[in-house]
Design a protein around this ligand. Structure first.
Ligand SMILES: Nc1ncnc2c1ncn2[C@@H]1O[C@H](COP(=O)(O)OP(=O)(O)OP(=O)(O)O)[C@@H](O)[C@H]1O
Length: 257
C-alpha cells in the first residue's frame, strides 16, 4: 500500500505585499509521505522559510491548497489552529529558546501542562524520551548549565513530548559546533527511523541534508530539483554538492564543515 501523504501542497503561491510586492513562492507543488526525512535547500531568499512557515501553519498561502495531516489549515479558526499546531506539529529552531528560569525537565513538559495531562503520564513520557535523547543525567539542570548540543537535544525532546507526527526544523544545527551538529542529526535520524516521525528540515548545510532521505531544492520560489538517498551518506553528500553547484547562489550561503 502506498504511504499516506502527511503534507500536500498544490500550486502554492505566496506573495508578500509590503512596500514592494514580492512573490516568495510560485506555484509550488510539494508532498511529504508519512515517515520521510526531507531537507529543503536553496540559496538565500529562495523561499525555504516561507515554505516551512506555510507547512507549519504559521503563514497561509496567497493562492493554492495546503493539507497537513488530513486538515486544511485555512479552514480552521485561530483557536483551532493553535490547538492543531500544539497537537500535530513539533518545532525545532536554530535559536533554541529554552526558558532560563525552568529546568530541562520543566522546559520539556511545558507543552503538556497546557493540555492538563496527568503527572504520571508526563513522567512516563519524559522517562522514555530522556533515555532516547540521552538527557537522563541533566533533567534538573537549568539551560545556562547546558552545552549547545544538550540544549538542542532538550529542545528536540520538548518538540517530541506531545508525540507529533510531523517535526519542522529550521536550521536546527545552525548554531552548533560540528560534533554537536552530528549528534543532533544522528538523533533526528533515529527518531525518524524508530518512531516513524516525519521530519522536514530547512538547512544550508549539505552535511545536515545528507542525513535525510530526500532533498528538495528550490530557487526563486520554484521547484528546482529533488534527489533521493539511495546509497551511502558520503555519496549522497557529493550529489547534494553537485546540485548546489548547479543551483548557483552565493557560496557563502553554504556552510561547509
Ligand atoms: N514578511 C515579509 N515581507 C516581505 N518580504 C518577505 C517577507 N518574508 C520574506 N520575504 C521575502 O521573501 C523571499 C523569501 O524569503 P525566505 O525567508 O522564505 O527565504 P529563505 O530561502 O528562507 O532565505 P534564507 O536562507 O536567507 O533564510 C525573500 O526575498 C524575502 O526577502
Amino acid at each position: 500500500m502506498p504511504d499516506k501523504a502527511i503534507v500536500s501542497m498544490k500550486q502554492v503561491t505566496k506573495i508578500y505585499e509590503s512596500k514592494v510586492m514580492h512573490r516568495a513562492l510560485n506555484r509550488l507543488d510539494f508532498e511529504a509521505e508519512e515517515g520521510e526525512f526531507i531537507a529543503i535547500m536553496g540559496p538565500s531568499g529562495s523561499g525555504k522559510t516561507t515554505l516551512l512557515n506555510i507547512i507549519s501553519t504559521i503563514d497561509m498561502p496567497t493562492y493554492g491548497r495546503v493539507i497537513i495531516d488530513g486538515v486544511e489549515p485555512e479552514a480552521l479558526n485561530p483557536n483551532e489552529l493553535a490547538l492543531f499546531r500544539r497537537h500535530h506539529l513539533g518545532f525545532v529552531f536554530q535559536d533554541i529558546n529554552l526558558l532560563q528560569m525552568l529546568t530541562v525537565e520543566e522546559n520539556i513538559v511545558m507543552p503538556l501542562t497546557l493540555d492538563g495531562l496527568p503527572i504520571a503520564e508526563m513522567k512516563r513520557r519524559i522517562a522514555r524520551l530522556a533515555l532516547q535523547l540521552r538527557l537522563e543525567g541533566i533533567l534538573d539542570r537549568r539551560p545556562d548549565e547546558l552545552s549547545g548540543g544538550q540544549a538542542q537535544r532538550t529542545a528536540i525532546c520538548r518538540a517530541l513530548i506531545h508525540q507529533p507526527k510531523l517535526i519542522l526544523a529550521d536550521e536546527p544545527t545552525g548554531n552548533l559546533d560540528s560534533n554537536s551538529a552530528k549528534e543532533v542529526l544522528e538523533l533526528l535520524s533515529t527518531i525518524n527511523e524508530k518512531n516513524r516521525t516525519t521530519i522536514i528540515m530547512v538547512t544550508h548545510d549539505p552535511i545536515a541534508a545528507s542525513y535525510c532521505d530526500r532533498v528538495l531544492f528550490i530557487k526563486d520560489g520554484e521547484f528546482f530539483n529533488e534527489i533521493h538517498k539511495d546509497e551511502r551518506r558520503q555519496t549522497f553528500f557529493q550529489r547534494i554538492l553537485n546540485v548546489l553547484s548547479l543551483l548557483g547562489g552565493n557560496v557563502n550561503d553554504l556552510r561547509l564543515r
